[in-house]
Design a protein around this ligand. Sequence first.
Ligand code: FAD
Length: 465
Amino acid sequence: MAKTCSIPAYFIVFFIISPLISIVGKLSPWTNPLPPEIFSLDIANKLRVDLDAIKTASTDFGNLVHVTPAAVLRPSSINDIVDLIKFSHSHSVPFGVAARGHGHSSRGQAMADNGVVVDMSSLNNNGGGDGIRVSWSPALGFYADVGGEKLWIDVLSDTLEHGLAPVSWTDYLYLSVGGTLSNAGISGQSFRYGPQISNVHEMDIITGEYNVDIHRFWLVTSLSHLGDLLGTGELVTCSKQWNSELFFAVLGGLGQFGIITRARIVLDKAPNRVKWVRLLYSDFSTFTRDQEKLISTTALEYLEGSLIMQQSPPNNWRSSFFSLSDQSRIASLLSQHGIIYCLEVVKYYEHLSIDTVDEVLAFLSVWMWDDRMSAVIPDEDTFYCVGFLRSTGFNDWEVLDDQNKEILQVCEKSGIKMKQYLPHYKTKEGWMNHFGSKWNTFQDRKSQFDPKMILSPGQGIFNSV
Ligand code: FAD
């Protein structure tokens, strides 16, 4: 653990463990716990209760948690989701509703015990979502209106057709827009452009409940729509200017306040060329010193650090950067030092000459996260995001899980300020500590936008003990 202690003092940590062997238990026979009237609604023929649908919605990428929903909604339109939430809200005992983007959570966050999982990809397959539309306006520049169910890989390929691309990414693109905006969406671009949640102009949200402030409402629309905007399970458009409380609540809001059906994403010109460099270090202090220098003084577009160890070869599923000869040099460095530190940097450029790339010109200040968003970060100007991305067999994942817990304990004991990304806690106290000074706001927003605690129960926040 000594090495962990030497990690600089402020960081966000995230763990993804996923057992490679899939064991889904046999589902025992059950009586459907949903109110029977649901099966006479218009959405009834889109509610799936068959074993296949239930099994898929009972697991996720992590394969650690298995929770059985009562049904899966395969919506063909956004109205189907509105109808489902309204029905749950109107019932004397509301049931949980969880949007499932691409199910790449690790701890059952997109599951709903005895509730309904909304398979967002169904909007995509049925053409019932918002699709991907690229536009330009004098105020916003280029942007894309994107369905919350869309995967980032699709956003990239569609926007590239216009010579454009989002400015902030996740490193892995087979994640849904709604899923990453509910967390933060971080990658090597975050230091420069902010996380994905900092690059959204506007969203459409289906809330658990919404009461529009009449004064603000007057400014946005005409009175004839008043009836549409008061009540439950409503589709509300929000931005920094309009319905801003909902806007900031949803960004990093762990799915607690509403289902994102459309997000207006910041675009910029896609680069013609990029220079992609990896710098290897044997000394940890030099590695971190250079990393901090680069984020504060250069005009790079991407910067990420990683550790190369004997058990994690330099080329893996994320990248095939190193040539065979580089790999043997790295192997000899590894046998000498035991561990190698790697900085991966990217510079976009336009022309064939790469002279400009090597010039370190502009002074950039580090991007700061908007504190009004639900996402929490350590209260420091500079912090590290440290990811532990490990896969394991089904029988020994607990060993890695224990190591993760140990890392958290070391941070706590040593006074290292730390927040978990993709957090999961079993107790209310754990969540209160996680949100810290934002906890009261988070709770107030839940009372405002989902007082019946319908949305995203799999996060275990308001149903924790
Ligand atoms: P799901 O697992 O389906 O849902 C996650 C949560 O969001 C649930 O609570 C769900 O109810 C809610 N939700 C889903 N859709 C919506 C919606 N439309 N509206 C409101 N709430 C919704 N994260 C990064 O930031 N950067 C990375 O580079 C990165 N790489 C990853 C690589 C892998 C292989 C994996 C497994 C995960 C990675 N993650 C990364 C984490 C990832 O961003 C989160 O797990 C994210 O939630 C997954 O998106 P999803 O679409 O699969 O969401």
